[in-house]
Design a protein around this ligand. Sequence first.
Ligand SMILES: [Zn+2]
Length: 149
Amino acid sequence: MPATAPAPVRNAPHIGRTLRPADTTLAEDGELRLAGAECGDCGTRIFPAAPVCPSCNGERMKTLPLGAIGTLYAYSTVHVAPPMWQVPYVIGYVDLPEGVRVFGKVAGSDGVAAGLAPDLKVRVHVEADEGPADASPAAPTYRYWFAPA
Ligand SMILES: [Zn+2]
């Protein structure tokens, strides 16, 4: 085992999934939120956004700002992962009020699964990802995770 902490790893599930800037929106309260998409033809709502609707192949997708509070649908604790990921961590599905079910990291009161239960109200946390020092500043990324509201 190395004596020092492992190097930061982008897009690792134990720190939250990485987002493109287009997957975020700035809410009226100044906080970052997730942004999905809604089909202008059939009304299907998705996250992350895509240029083509998965239901009808329509191309009239428009940005759909997503709420900050959702309901935990299901979750699971991961104990086995590649060496650069810190275990245990929790992954789960959260239903947002817009009708979109989003997959991502869930952090209980102890950072793992303490206090989590199906139907628990959770808050969506979105923050800028610093990334590696040599990353292009022109391409910022963000990450998100869920925690009890
Ligand atoms: Zn559609």
